[in-house]
Write a protein that binds this ligand. Sequence first.
Ligand code: 6R9
Length: 653
Amino acid sequence: MTEQSPGLSNLLTENRTFPPSDEFAAQANATAEWYQRGDADREAFWAEQAERLSWDTKWTQVLDWSNAPFAKWFVGGKLNVAYNCVDRHVEAGHGEQVAIHWVGEPGDTRDITYAQLKDEVSKAANALLSLGVTAGDRVAIQLQMIPEAIVAMLACARIGALHSVVFGGFSPTALRSRVDDAAAKVVITSDGQYRRGKAAPMKANVDQALDGAESVEKVIVVRRTGEDVPMSEGRDVWWHELVDAQSPEHKPEAFDSEHPLFILYTSGTTGKPKGILHTSGGYLTQTAYTHNVVFDHKPGKDVYWCTADIGWVTGHSYIVYGPLANRVTQVVYEGTPNTPHEGRHWEIIQNYKVSIYYTAPTLIRTFMKWGDDIPAKYDLSSLRVLGSVGEPINPEAWIWYREHIGAGKAPVVDTWWQTETGAIMISPLPGVTATKPGSAQTALPGISAIVVDDAGKEVPAGGGGYLVLDKPWPSMLRGIWGDDERFRETYWSRFADQGYYFAGDGAKYDNDGDIWLLGRVDDVMNVSGHRISTTEVESALVSHPTVAEAAVVGASDPTTGQGIVAFVILRGNAVDGGDAAVQELRNHVAKEIGPIAKPRQIMVVPELPKTRSGKIMRRLLRDVAENRQIGDVTTLADSSVMDLISAGLQSGK
Ligand code: 6R9
């Protein structure tokens, strides 16, 4: 990634910085000095972070990297993850503190204290034991955002069983392939789930998925919507009958620091999803540490809300493990952000006085599209830290977030990490870093991330290339379930000589050496020999006042190799999207980035195709751009979106 046209990046021409206020800095959990400590003696730094947890047996060695890329952290240490997330807070006198303010989509609510959570998790652990689940067994969980989802995960952790959470919106086929791959013994699900005000079946999908699944002995069903579901004799059991009858006493057993905690499937370049494996001590250390310093979390004072779903890694690390290990009080919301109205999130923040809010750029841009007047109607003054995760955040969305949600003063932390990294790796530290809109900036204290060229050589300030992690970290994946070869091949073969972990993301250093993420390397376009990131063009488009959201793909072009094709959603009150508007946008991109980045074609569309985790499916847009038949749409959150787009294009819009 050497060729760069003059003034290429709209991202990189963004040069505003927002230093922390003295007031925030004075009370921040971390200080600038942590970076030096992390560099000076990485293992000593992590040993110090591991002291955040309660260990039954202390480790004898911080890191064993002798069998790289298979790491062992806190070797010889023993702990119980669920004890760390629940019991120890009760023992320390915080049993009455609310752990979870749960808000159901229809408006029902539940407040669960740490003492209650301890009882629930213990009962669920006893229930699993009664079904014959033992340490090392796999339990698949397909549940929406209800307290039982969190309880089920912690119950598994408590008895040393691995959970494999499958997102509630995944199809029966997707569930089945995950159940089979992990040979799950038990599946936990619900009768149905509320989605946009309606009850949708869940158990029916699970039944379809499990038809003939040999490993599954029992299915536990949580009652949520109350709809009639057939229960399979001998296999299915109601959660409220099984769990409620159990004793709330359960003695947590200490497991090895490297005891497996969970498997979480993520899509790769091939059709078969990869079962990313995480273990106990290192994972909990880094999730707790990062949740504490990146969000500046103060136990007993802050009210935290991460809007992710537990079906994704963000839900695992920043709803369940990190926050609960840190004695959080958090909001868990069951539903969609516009049910029953577009101010639902802001209403919840106002009601519970949420002080830390962690969400994704795609949702921020959706909020922008809905209009500034909606958040303006609510009291958001409790918010003091705002987080972003999942994709690069364009400067306009970043600024909007800070201004309209954070009242122009809450620090915005753009956190880069992956299912594979387990926890946040690159992010500003609130109270320490002068933040830059659109940049994740620097590896956290104790972490090292660099940008390298094709040959694995670090690029200089101002240069671009591939993001790699050049030093092991505690919450790193320990492998791909059942496929060591694929693990080596996917992550460790690209820069095998250097021993770097290849993240699959493109990145650049700015002149200060801060890191800007540019999207997956497979999303980098090559136009007339110039490499241009889809993100950069998207960012330029979204910087135009009429554009709410944009997705860009490289479509094959006989002359230039690839041509840039953009799909844009216009803001509610913006112009109609006729020829003049499109021309204006093409010129705007040329102006922002340079003529080389001027899109060949811009299509105005009503929606963009997104996966259920909110990632834009560029593959499908590429099909449209290249006039091909549209490929597999089964992983779309809403499969009718492609019909809408095609219909809109045919009608000449
Ligand atoms: C946590 C999560 C990982 C991929 C990652 C990258 C993208 C995540 C980002 C970001 C730019 C950020 N990504 N956070 N890109 N800036 N702050 O999302 O995990 O679902 O495994 O996705 O998401 O491309 O490689 P996961």
